[in-house]
Design a protein around this ligand. Structure first.
Ligand code: F6R
Length: 616
């Protein structure tokens, strides 16, 4: 959840570290800090608050070193204080460390180290790690200087239970960083005469697009001239240099006020990218190069199991609806965190899917590992190329939605739904869907980007509605069938960025409890698409109206909604059932965004949240 940036090169490290941290701030924003090595000493700046506060502090300190490490924190162990901010320095002053993850056995380590005379200045688990490195360094005094730093980190990591992405500096080895990962991402950018280490490509793409994705259990030793990778048990690793497709412009705000707004408006392009090259030649089915399964393998599968968290879990619920509806294959959906621990009985011919924008969510990664441990093949739908989940899965589908930086997921969500809709088609065409129905379905999916563009045209009207409703403290979101998950998603979006209480329900469930909430002060957002359940939704709206509840209805064009019944109507274009949840997402995303903006919330960095949840 926290962000790490490291630099080895010829430039002033602090400026590069601060630029990287700014791009990573969505990962955690309780405090930020950096350490640069200069003249065998550390220059350190760290402070509670955002990166801009750190930048001011760093400017006063005139940090001049050309090697450094930095961090933006989402607090786990220890409160949000300057002392708990990273980097942490060993009590002998020789090592500085930044760390993502959780050291589960830090209490025992700390006790041991206090017994050996080491002192502690913070409440963090990380400080135990850096002091243990110092302890092993003392013990390794017989080793040549060139390997002593690396070996003391390696020895320390052998004692660690938990997860980590770390970067370490040593005053005895200027111009060097030792970094390692287990459960927290780390990427090495290989630039022109410089190396940039980061927990996320967004932090390094302004300097290089050539990267090495470190794997769990690997340690990289970076020096001014080169780098080498080994495993914890001393095996040499030949690095593979990949090229990142994202550019620095993809990760910039451009003309928008917030990344969330930018990403909502990027949805047509994200949808086009998700579809590109993925329809069969005869335009009646979908193609997925990365599934690594033959049609014959698919014929053996008679059930799908999906796992994810948060918004991605809502995408799984839409996937369930679409696959069952069009391919007539049963689908189970579980929260990753629940799946992992509840030991559910599983059918044998089941294919697993995990959905994760970041590809780093720890619960989803654990669900994937649990399913693989039980001998199931796991497919991943991920946005971040080279992410841990993408790498550990047996196959998968990349979203190609571009970097999603706003903490609230928007374009990744609709692109996940589109991929689910394409997958439903793929499976359906292997079963009972006819060629002509397949062709129609493909044509409908291809219209999704334009339909979303059209839905986005409602933005000014939704902004006005948002202004009128922003001061309400409770909201209900109701939808049916494929739009029930959209009701959940609408409620999640609103609460996470505006801090307004909201709940999502299947519309007909309203009568079984939530209707008690209805009053003039609790508006209801209804999805009322054309089709067989339209009249049922109209009668639910009537029931709300009879209890003086305000209603905001999202209806498809051409719906005959009784005049005067709804307080507000937002129209979305009429579309194929497989595209409807994508188009219907737009008004609820915009409504939450404009309400949060109206309330002056920090839309891209809502309180207590961080993008990519890498702790349990
Ligand atoms: C909500 C949101 C989160 C994520 C969840 C899973 O807007 O973004 O609920 O959807 O943390 O994240 P990924 O998809 O990265 O696994």
């Amino acid at each position: 959840m926290c962000g790490i940036v490291g630099y080895v090169g010829k430039q002033k490290a602090s400026a590069i570290l601060l630029e990287g941290l700014k791009r990573l701030e969505y990962r955690g924003y309780d405090s930020a800090g950096l350490a640069v090595e200069h003249d065998h000493k550390f220059e350190i700046a760290k402070k509670v608050g955002r990166v801009e506060i750190l930048a001011k502090l760093a400017a006063q300190q005139r940090l001049s070193g050309t090697t450094g490490i930095s961090h933006t924190r989402w607090a786990t162990h220890g409160g949000v204080t300057d002392a708990n901010a990273h980097p942490h320095v060993s009590s002998d002053g020789r090592f500085a460390i930044v760390h993502n993850g959780v050291i589960e056995n830090y209490v025992g380590m700390r006790k041991f180290l206090i017994g050996k005379g080491y002192t502690f200045a913070s409440e963090t688990d990380t400080e135990a790690l850096v002091n243990l490195i110092a302890y092993h360094y003392q013990k390794e005094s017989a080793r040549p200087d060139t390997s002593r730093f690396l070996e003391s980190v390696r020895k320390t990591l052998h004692h660690v239970e938990g997860t980590y992405g770390i970067a370490v500096l040593c005053t005895d080895q200027p111009g060097e960083i030792v970094a390692a990962r287990k459960g927290s991402p780390l990427i090495l950018g290989v630039g022109d005469g410089e190396y940039i280490l980061a927990s996320d490509v967004a932090a390094l793409i302004s300097r290089t697009q050539n990267v090495v994705y470190l794997k769990d259990g690997e340690i990289v030793h970076i020096t001014p001239k080169n780098f080498s990778i080994t495993t914890l048990d001393l095996t040499d690793v030949s690095p593979v240099i990949d090229r990142v497709a994202w550019t620095v412009e993809d990760a910039d705000l451009g003309r928008f006020a917030h990344f969330m707004e930018k990403e909502i408006f990027e949805q047509p392009a994200a949808l086009e990218n998700a579809m590109r090259g993925r329809f069969s030649e005869d335009q009646s089915s979908a193609n997925f190069g990365g599934l690594n399964l033959t049609p014959a393998d698919f014929r053996q599968i008679d059930r799908f199991q999906f796992c994810a968290c948060g918004t991605a879990w809502h995408a799984c619920l839409v996937a369930e609806h679409l696959i069952e509806r069009f391919a007539r294959v049963p689908v189970e959906v579980d929260y990753s965190s629940e799946f992992r621990y509840r030991n559910a009985p599983l059918y044998s011919n089941t294919l697993f899917f995990v959905i994760s924008q970041s590809g780093e969510t720890i619960d989803t990664l654990a669900a994937l590992r649990e399913a693989r441990r039980k001998g199931y093949k796991v497919m991943a739908i991920c946005n971040v190329v080279g992410s841990t989940i993408a790498r550990e899965a047996d196959g998968g589908i990349y979203q190609h939605a571009g970097p999603e930086i706003g903490v609230a997921s928007t374009k990744a969500f609709t692109s996940q739904i589109l991929i689910a809709a394409m997958f439903a088609l793929y499976v359906a065409r292997m079963r009972d869907m006819s060629f002509s129905d397949g062709v129609q379905y493909v044509q409908a999916l291809k219209q999704a980007p334009d339909l979303v563009r059209k839905a986005l045209e409602q933005a000014p009207r939704i902004k006005e509605i948002a202004k009128r409703y922003a001061r309400h403290r409770d909201f209900l979101f109701l939808g049916r069938l494929s739009l029930f998950p959209l009701a959940l998603e609408g409620a999640l979006k609103l609460k996470e960025i505006s801090y307004i209480h909201a709940e999502g329900y299947p519309a007909a469930e309203m009568k079984h409890g939530p209707i008690a909430l209805i009053s003039e002060t609790c508006p209801t957002v209804f999805f009322a698409p054309k089709g067989e359940i339209f009249n049922k939704v109209v009668s639910s709206v009537q029931q709300i109206k009879a209890r003086k509840g305000k209603t905001i209805v999202i209806a498809t064009e051409g719906c005959e909604f009784p005049p005067g019944l709804a307080d507000e109507i937002i129209t979305i274009p009429d579309c194929h059932e497989a595209v409807l949840p994508i188009v219907a997402a737009v008004p609820v995303q915009l409504l939450s965004y404009y309400i949060a903006a109206e309330l002056g919330r920090d839309v891209d960095k809502p309180r207590n949240l961080a993008k990519s949840v890498t702790v349990e």
